[in-house]
Design a protein around this ligand. Sequence first.
Ligand code: UD1
Length: 423
Amino acid sequence: MDKFIIEGPTPLKGTISISGSKNAALPLMAAALLGDSPTTLQLVPKLQDIYTFNNVIRVTGTRVDFHETENKLVIDPANLGFTEAPYDLVRKMRASFYMLGALVGRAGEARISLPGGCAWGPRPVDLHLKGFEEMGISIELDKGYVMASIQGDEVEGGEFTLNPSSVGATVNLVLGAVKRAKKFVIKNAAKEPDVVLLCNMLTKMGANIEGIGTSELTIRKVDSLKGVEFSNDPDRIETGTFMIAAAMQPGSDLTLTGCKPSDLGEFPKSFKKLGVILDINDTEIRIQSSSAIKPVSISTEVYPGFPTDLQAQWATLMTQADGESRITEKIYFDRFSYVPELNRLGADLRVEKNRVIVKGKTELEGAAVMSTDLRASVSLVLAGMVAKGTTEVLRVYHLDRGYENLEHKLNAVGASIKRVAEN
Ligand code: UD1
């Protein structure tokens, strides 16, 4: 296992190129299984979660070639003959559960391990399962596995309301419906850019989906889908994370290239309130920090609201703001595992139910910290870059799941982050 040794503080100056989105790539990879011919995906990031999902897909007999230097992934499902996703792979990554929709769509049956909980509490899949049943797909649970099957080639479909709105359930139900449901309507569907991108790719493959980008999706089955060439989108969470990194460090002037600012929803609105200089054009974002940042309270919401995947980073930023702020989590109520670790560095954060109160202007000092999930880990890196002295962030394998070349990208603009093996 590796750890990071970070020396701070270091202003960030220069240019960082944004990688392809992890969360958007995974549904596209699952969709490729529905094609009658190979699919080529561009802008696929080299991340542990992508390697894990490649292996999940390979279990089915599908051929997966990752041309890593080009970030190009070729998926050929011609020999898909086994419709199972085993526990030892699903437990490594919850998104493997997308295999349920993909395999039912492809083969009419699937046996998928139920994912477990995760570091920020229970993360149920009840909506996925109820949605499939509503569609007319038979679901049985047996020894930790979900068995899904349909009789004949198609199901009637129907209508299902997601409450709450769920990215994962929307993705899974769309994957399951496009080749199987006569007509299926998803109400309160997720509108996140990842879902829109998936629907656009499926449409290019030949699917019939109405209402893309709205909260009501209507899917009518088509008999076949073809493989396509399709580009993934840049990672909006990586983009937001680097914007926050620059705003936190006085003296920073950072340009992010290869971005898709329109995917950031209302995040820039909160960001502008900090008092830093922000220039956004079609594919580039420039952040010039100021010597003092204002406290800005936020509340996470479904897209286009403030993303839960930037909540921990924002709380970290607020430790440097000129006053108190409140961070309210409305998607995952107890996603606060980073709080005690930030406090170890000298921050002053207090959790009250689903809210963190952050006292601003705290001087952070280096210490050893550890975290249990991806976004919490990156927050500790951000904090370490501001803290005086040496910070050790343990268990950086969490970061390797979701940030491509994190330390190389940050070191190239002035950070001092060393990766060493943990003893
Ligand atoms: C995805 C993202 C994750 C992000 C989250 C919210 C991926 C791989 N992961 O996760 O990074 O933090 O969206 O933007 O894309 N829920 C249920 N029952 C269900 C499913 C969800 O109650 O069957 C609830 C969840 O507990 C949560 C809310 O719905 O409170 C939203 O979760 P969801 O959008 O499904 O998150 P994921 O797709 O798992």
